[in-house]
Design a protein around this ligand. Sequence first.
Ligand code: PNS
Length: 165
Amino acid sequence: MCIRDRSVIYPGSFDPLTNGHINIIKRASKSFDKVVVAVAVNSSKSSIMNIDQRVKVIKKIFKNNNKIVVDKFEGLLVKYANQKKIKTILRGMRTVQDFEYELQMATSNNKLDSTIETIFMVADANFAHISSSLIKDIIKLGGSAKEFIPGAVESELKKILDKRK
Ligand code: PNS
C-alpha cells in the first residue's frame, strides 16, 4: 500500500473517548505524520455527549500533540476523506466480534470509493475489553469508569448526566 500523504483518518462516535481509543491514536501518531480524529456528527447510536462536547474533550486530551488533529464530520466518511485529501482510514480491532462490522464498513467504503483504503490496528490487550457503551452503562449506574477513560472525560460525562437529573 502506498501511504501517499502519511496522514490517516481515525473516525468514530467517541461517545465517550476511551483509553482504548487513546492507545490507538497515540500508536498511530508514531506511524503517521498526522492523525485526524474525526468525530461523527450523525451517529445512529443515541449519544450522551453532543458533538461539541465530544470534540472539546478530545481536543483537551491531545492539546500537546501537534500530530493529532480533532475534527467533526457529517455524512459519508468517504466524502469527508476526499475533502481532507486523506485516502487512509484507520480503525481499531478489539475482538472477533468487531471483525464482521469492520469488514462490512471497510468493504462498503471501498465500494463507495475504491481509492479509499481502511487499515486496522489491533487493540492492546489491556484495552480490548473496553467499549464506549459499557462505560456509558457504568457511569449511568453511578459506578466509576476511571480505569477505562481519562479523568477529563469522566468528569465531563458526570456533569452532563447530573444536568439531566
Ligand atoms: O465508533 P463507531 O460508532 O464504531 O464509528 C462508526 C463510524 C462513525 C465510523 C461510522 O458509522 C461512519 O463512518 N459513519 C459515517 C456515515 C458513513 O459513511 N456510513 C457508511 C460507512 S459503511
